[in-house]
Design a protein around this ligand. Structure first.
Ligand SMILES: Cc1cc2nc3c(=O)[nH]c(=O)nc-3n(C[C@H](O)[C@H](O)[C@H](O)COP(=O)(O)O)c2cc1C
Length: 375
């Protein structure tokens, strides 16, 4: 391996005693390939079999912990025990090259479009009109909130039973945990809303429940990660600023996680309201060595991978894991010149679901900025 890539292959101990032997992770990405009932399909297995060398941490796409929090059709589900047999095969496929299989735990809240199609309603912290949604969510009752927190615990137990090495709590991308933390979407006046402190209660309650199950039922080396969107600022519309989220991050890290993962479209992004430090730099300063930080967003080339290591301790590939599943391996074995940078002419070899193929080809989707977008 070329010395300039040393930082990417330096071992990293996690708080739970596990040592990762490289700094690559596969970012959570929905595969949109599950069977109609949310069980693992053959296409899910093909997708992960091709990508189980992306990095030491392989994070699954978001999996629904509650049926009423189901975000997308063809999303994997983990809301009852019948999902465990398929998930066991999935974890085995993810782990068979020696890497760690992490299950991302998810409730879409107001964005639970698949749940809306099933039940004709969605549940969120506050019943309000969102201009970008075709329905008004119902306000969660106290009992429903408690039930969802329990669902995160039960899903963690199923992840353990299905052989996963860890779970990642999905607190990012405008889904339920973020909806509780956001002053824009949470107007509650009870324990779960109002002040910044109160808006932290739900994400922290989920973390505590997950950790309770892990402490009681998992082996010591089970991994608990937390993913957060570091700010929610859309012009005048502010759910929370980076200063707010640094306070939540401080609490999450203090309560104990094996890594913190910030969801961004660019690893070196600056706060929306400006400032002279990158978001990741501010987060890393807040973490202050208590747990590793995963950074993500627009990391495609070896140069960008090395540069991203200045911002975090682990770098995650989203779209790049779709384009080049062997990026880390090729760097390690001095085959940099063989790293694929485009999907051109290769789409049929990438084990992508029809939905992902359609996304890839459509203009103006999350995949559109991709380099080499020709097919
Ligand atoms: C097809 C697709 C599906 C995604 N699904 C998820 C998901 O399930 N959970 C999540 O936290 N982020 C999800 N993301 C966001 C990615 O994890 C990542 O943060 C984003 O793509 C930026 O990284 P990149 O520039 O390396 O692609 C998804 C992204 C894509 C492209």
């Amino acid at each position: 391996m070329n010395d300039i890539y040393q930082s990417l292959f330096t071992p990293l101990p996690l708080n739970n005693g596990v040592t990762l032997n490289n700094r690559f992770a596969m970012a959570p990405m929905l595969v949109f390939a599950s069977n109609q009932d949310g069980t693992v399909s053959q296409d899910d297995l093909y997708y992960f079999a091709l990508r189980n060398r992306v990095g030491q941490l392989l994070i699954s796409g978001a999996m629904a912990v509650s049926e009423e929090g189901l975000g997308m059709p063809r999303q994997l589900a983990v809301y009852n025990d019948s999902y465990i047999p398929g998930l066991k095969i999935l974890s085995a496929v993810m782990k068979c090259a020696g890497n760690k299989a992490i299950m991302q735990l998810h409730n879409a809240g107001r964005e639970a479009i698949a749940a809306y199609q099933k039940f004709g309603r969605v549940l969120a912290p506050t019943a309000m009109n969102f201009p970008f949604l075709p329905y008004v969510p119902e306000e969660l009752t106290e009992d429903q909130i408690t039930a969802i927190i329990d669902d995160f615990g039960k899903a963690t137990q199923r992840a353990i039973d299905a052989g996963f090495d860890g779970v990642e709590i999905h607190g990012a991308n405008h889904y339920l945990l973020q909806q509780f933390f956001s002053a824009y979407s949470n107007h509650r006046t009870d324990h779960w809303g109002g002040s910044l402190e109160n808006r932290m209660h739900f994400p922290l309650a989920v973390l505590h429940k997950v950790k309770e199950v892990v402490t009681q039922h998992a082996q010591k080396d089970f991994i608990v990660g937390y993913r957060i969107s570091p700010e929610e600022v859309h012009g005048e519309n502010v759910g929370y600023t980076i200063d707010d989220s640094l306070q939540l991050i401080d609490r999450i890290v203090e309560d104990g996680v094996d890594y913190l993962h910030i969801a961004q479209f660019n690893y070196k992004a600056y706060p929306a309201k400006g400032g002279n430090k990158a978001i990741a730099t501010l987060v890393k300063r807040t973490i202050n060595g208590r747990t590793p930080l995963i950074v993500v967003g627009n990391i495609f080339s070896p140069r960008e991978a090395v540069d991203a290591m200045q911002y975090g301790d682990i770098i995650a590939f989203g779209r790049n894991a779709i384009i080049e599943p062997l990026f880390a391996q090729k760097l390690y074995f001095d085959q940099e010149d063989q790293i694929e940078t485009s999907v051109a002419g290769r789409l049929d070899d990438l084990a992508l679901s029809q939905t992902l193929l359609d996304y890839w080809k459509a203009p103006n989707t999350i995949l559109a900025p991709l380099k080499g977008l020709t097919y």
